[in-house]
Design a protein around this ligand. Sequence first.
Ligand code: GCB
Length: 612
Amino acid sequence: MKTKFTLFAFCAMLSAGVMSQTIKSVTEPLPGPQIINVYARNHTLLNGQWSMLIDQYDVGYMDYRGNVINERGSFFADDGFSKHPDRLTEYDFDTADRLEVPGDWNTQMPELYYYEGSVWYRKLFPFNPQQDKRYFIYFAAANYEAVAGLNGKKIGRHIGGYTPFNFEVTGGIKQGENSVIVKVNNARRPEGIPTNHCDWWNYGGLTRDVMIIETPSTFIRDYKIQLAKGSYNQIAGWLQLDGPDKSPVTISIPELKIKQTVTPDADGYAQFTVKAKPKLWDCDNPKLYNVILATDKDTISDRIGFRQIETDGSKILLNGKNIFCRGVSIHEEKPYGMGGRAFSREQDMVLLEWAKEMECNFVRLAHYPHNEQMVRAAEEMGILVWSEIPVYWTIHWTDPETYANAEQQLEDMITRDKNRANVVVWSVSNETPRGAERLSFLKKLIAKARQLDDTRLVSSAMEKEYSGPSTVTILDELAEYVDLLSFNEYIGWYDGNSDKCDRMTWEFSVDKPVFISEFGAGAVYGMHGDVSERFTEEYMADLYKRQINMFENMPQLAGTTPWVLKDFRSPRRQLHGIQGNYNRKGLISDQGQKKQAFYIMQEWYSALKSRY
Ligand code: GCB
């Protein structure tokens, strides 16, 4: 698929910034089309200590009338000019505090724990640009809005906290010392994606890697290489060059003895199909092949797996075989009480190893795209992934800017991870309220996801409803448009006591796989009591047992992702001594201790494993 930016999306995103900060004019460009597989390119990480300034009133960006200040007068002008003796300058990056990048700011400084607003980041770095090369600055994520500058000049703006973006800096990056400055603002916005109300911590900052990418003047920016839909002996794909040269590209998979050369069209785009009978990727044997794409000037390699995912009535089929998705939902938070956003392979591996220990073959990466290493690590471990965008609860359904923002996040998520064999579900929303405007918004997103990628399932976490006193069902009109009948229920926690599970009967009028994307209960690790006492491990464990009994009477059930692997921070959770700003529905505590319910799930999943 060719990446394109519509004028509509461009204007929409600019004005999203205008509305949220009452800034009177915004002129920064949007990022360029996303470059994929960046870790396989020549790159220089800009991680480490960055100078930082907390700017509650955005004084480094706009004047006291609300007008955007020109670059020379703003905090972007980090050069001799700002330090001229005749000038009053009331900031100084040289003497400022420091923050570690990647990392959220909330868990690095006590005064930033609850902070929601702007923080300026600056990094000085030496560089030696080569002639005939192009350079891009790449941010793996910045929550929520970032405006970036290089060597005193603004380079662009991006909205959305969990997807990567890049700006071209060829010509701007210079020999010797360079200065990159980024203003990151994490103020919640009613019109945003997510909106201003959600159940997780609004971690701000440069939360993932920042790097300079080097490419030849024409390079392979994007590609998709997967089994053709429905086929086991044909690989289908496309690639997109970026740059003036349209010379042929060779795709090789040495282990399969594949070598095919294609000639891109005038836009640098080429499609291809090739006969092949790869060993299939699956959870027991997550086979990945080296795939190399090369022009005479550029080479990029990836590790790609091949598989089919489809549904047949109420079954989910992986490579034609009926599977049960033994899953768990995960937030992108560090394990072992380290606090804050997870961003490294080591942290991700701990979370995934826990899921494996619980006998999972599936994770729901909630409620936004997680970092790329997480998805890749899961792929190597044979763990299937549900990936979603933060269209969560009650967002502004009729605002075209909100829609453009959601669609951009969806496109960026799919662009980054479309070659990952383990990603089997793109989910467009979570617990959104039924209604005509929401339906048309989500239908458009679903159609977009299918247009970008027809090789995966598309879904949404819906909500259950009652069609009788103890008959539970799905009445959501969205059920017709998604591939999975997936929904969150919380019978026995928000909905009655745990024994309510024993009385429920489920009825579905749609013949699709039923997928319980959330259920659960809160418990403090080590807090014991009677099964009827909320927040004890016993209540939680008892609820899990009853839920499992209920599941055993749901023949259409094809997967579950209990909420949630690990306790996570949320300002909604205020019970002193119990929650203390933590959602306690983790099967594992924030300190890494396994609660009783963990072992109940483990037992059930290991029984299911031998049944499928
Ligand atoms: C939900 C949400 C999830 C919350 C969870 C809870 O339905 O999807 O984000 O954290 O419930 O714990 O209430």
